[in-house]
Design a binder for this molecule. Sequence first.
Ligand SMILES: Cc1cc2nc3c(=O)[nH]c(=O)nc-3n(C[C@H](O)[C@H](O)[C@H](O)COP(=O)(O)O)c2cc1C
Length: 458
Amino acid sequence: MSVPTSVSDLRQFLTLLEDRGELHRVTAEVDPKLEIAAITDRVCKSAAGGQALLFERVRGYRVAVATNLFGSTQRAAWAVGATRADEAAERLATGLAGACGENAEERLRSLLQRPEFAPRLQPRGICHSVVMDHPDLSRLPALHCWPGDGGRYLTLPQVFTRHPDGGIANCGMYRVLLSGPRQASIHWRNGSDAARHCQAWHMRNLPMPVSIALGGDPAMIFAAAFPLPPDISETALAALLRRHPIDLAPSQHSDLPVPAHAEYVIEGLVWPGETAMEGPFGNHTGFYQPSAYMPRLRVISISHRPEPVFSTTVVGPPPMENCHLGKVAERLILRLLRIEHPDIVDIHMPVEGIFHGATLISVRPGTCGRSLLQALWRSGPLHGARLLVVTIDGDQRDPATFFWRALNRMDPGRDLLVQDGRLGIDATIDPAGLKVLRPDEAITALVQRRWAEYGFDV
Ligand SMILES: Cc1cc2nc3c(=O)[nH]c(=O)nc-3n(C[C@H](O)[C@H](O)[C@H](O)COP(=O)(O)O)c2cc1C
């Protein structure tokens, strides 16, 4: 089924999903504290990830809450304007093939700097239609997802920041704990682009402006979570995938751009030295991430579209919505990896490994697995992977067969690599002196021909 390129905001995406039978409206009243998360968790774990959910009556609020929007690989592909995840990846691969640069990062950078992917700047966004007189985060129907969580969270935000010297704005997905009417704490990891920007502002003893958008073009939501190298624009990636520029509008209190069609925009400042407790947070590992001090956001303004829809996700034991976003990302990452490592045939990131925590890689015969593992850990999107397994002719789509092949081919004394707490298995070398077992081709064909004759269903 084709995807209209005209989809450019959350509402149009919801309409698309409804037209395709992929949206379930919950009209019964539900509680944003634990109940919506429990329903979403159960739906996420049903066949093929279940439908997207729109909770129309949320206790204590007049705002509808959408969850599980990207909760199947099909919907995650639609979200980036593609019929299949591989179609999105091919779009990227075609662009990369025509871009210049020595390595994947350089090619990506030059590709996404092309004027055709630059945003369309609107003087004012529809996201600013309604400005709260007294900004109050408690008016957002943010979910409390797990019993031990530290509070109510924004779990699907696009967080915009910029380096104090200027340059392109970064858009990252970092969870936000709402800790007071005008106070929140943002969980950006050390090493994330926002953390880097924040450090630069604070070195100059200046508060950093932050704008947080909810909703807008679903391709932007995907791009916010995609591991792009620093200073490469998420907006341009979304435009490449979507095949049209993304509409941005200025924030009201800073020069940060935000998606013009976002449902909500929260603006504020992070002052040097100011932190607030964040967590615990029930995570995709199946454990609560303990609380820690994170940068505190002092909220200056909250604006929204008329009758906003609040989009959010539930993070927890897989399979969950983020696994499907991860699957589309995996297809894009494969195309990036192949630029420097053309021997990679395919990759698979099992959901149990939580995105790129574990990656199964199949390569062409003759590839030196050990060199490949070391190169992948040095730089690129898999440099943080805790487990990499590389083998030849492995069907990585079927992890059971893949592991069977890999674990029986490798020699633990020779083929295990441990580096900085990461484990690599090089299963590219056939065991010395042993012949590979293969069925007789003629007999296999004969059995196939005579299958019905043996009394089996064909
Ligand atoms: C649902 C979801 C929640 C996420 N939450 C966080 C988070 O709280 N902190 C974080 O550092 N990364 C989080 N990530 C991963 C980042 O979005 C991802 O690493 C992204 O590339 C960060 O952007 P950056 O490279 O511009 O820093 C999350 C991803 C998803 C899909």
